[in-house]
Design a protein around this ligand. Structure first.
Ligand SMILES: Cc1cc2nc3c(=O)[nH]c(=O)nc-3n(C[C@H](O)[C@H](O)[C@H](O)COP(=O)(O)OP(=O)(O)OC[C@H]3O[C@@H](n4cnc5c(N)ncnc54)[C@H](O)[C@@H]3O)c2cc1C
Length: 251
């Protein structure tokens, strides 16, 4: 509880509140323990949440900042970390220009600061690791998908998983250092030499559909409204059943 968020004169982070370890509906205190830069615009924030009841890859939480005068700002953030018993969760935030909450995190927040979180929420976008998963994301839409990739690795799961991720450039590709053969990046503005530049297209999706396992893919799409619509249209055109496409919109 050492810092304020934007605008600095108005807000202070809340004091410690009671934690109910059983209920996702209860606000819990989260202490920022580490900040890791991912790209020029995105950073990962690691929190200690002693009462965290666990989550499934793909779920998100609600995060609340409260001002000294009682004004509160609340936003949804996907959980980037895989489920584990460390008592920590990680979020990755894009710095939205003029953004109240992301702006505070990117310009003011320091390890030791406390915020409130509530969750996890949204079982619909969760992937328990039990079925083949085709993940498609753009920008910070890769965050919940990365939790799935990390879970897949941490548990050494045999079930097939593929990630198709769109970013403006290699420099803006969040988690670039962590990706392995499961991932195909698509660059829309600039790309390494020899790699095509352009919007995600049928040519990216069709090969993944062609290699689908006999039980088919469960598709998880995450990004802005327009990206989610574009990607789900590509999937349906390539033959993916509509009722096996799950969409999370950040817009
Ligand atoms: C389910 C869910 C999960 C999400 N997970 C993540 C996540 O993992 N990482 C992440 O960075 N964000 C995520 N978001 C978006 C996040 O909730 C906020 O909307 C975002 O951080 C902006 O909040 P802010 O307070 O900084 O900006 P605000 O003060 O709310 O907005 C400032 C200005 O930016 C515009 N704006 C708001 N949000 C966006 C946006 N996402 N992109 C572009 N312009 C915007 C507003 O219209 C306004 O003009 C998620 C959203 C949802 C619904």
């Amino acid at each position: 509880m050492t810092e304020t968020f934007v605008p600095p004169t108005r807000f202070a982070v809340p004091g410690r509140i009671a934690v109910n370890e059983q209920a996702a509906s209860v606000w819990q205190t989260a202490t920022l323990t580490e900040i890791r830069r991912e790209t020029a615009r995105a950073a990962t924030y690691r929190f200690a949440v002693p009462g965290w009841r666990g989550h499934l890859p793909g779920q998100h939480l609600l995060l609340r900042l409260t001002a000294e005068d009682g004004y509160a700002a609340q936003r949804h953030y996907s959980i980037a970390s895989a489920p584990d018993d460390s008592g920590h969760v990680e979020l990755t935030l894009d710095h939205v220009e003029g953004g109240e909450v992301s702006g505070w995190f990117h310009t003011v927040a320091r390890p030791g600061d406390q915020v409130e979180v509530r969750g996890p929420v949204s079982g619909f976008f969760a992937w328990p690791g039990d079925r083949p998963a085709l993940l498609i994301g753009a920008g910070s839409g890769v965050v919940p998908l990365m939790s799935m990739v990390r879970h897949h690795r941490a548990r050494n799961l045999a079930v097939p998983l593929r990630l198709l991720v769109s970013a403006r450039s290699p420099e803006e590709l969040i988690y670039a250092r962590e990706f392995g053969p499961e991932t195909t990046p698509v660059f829309t503005r600039s790309a390494p030499e020899g790699v095509a530049v352009g919007r995600m297209a049928a040519a990216h999706v069709a090969p993944l559909l062609a290699e689908q396992p006999s039980s088919g893919w469960e598709a998880y799409v995450c990004g802005s409204n327009s990206f989610a619509e574009h990607a789900s249209r590509l999937l349906v055109t390539a033959g993916q059943p509509v009722d096996r496409i799950r969409i999370e919109r950040f817009g």
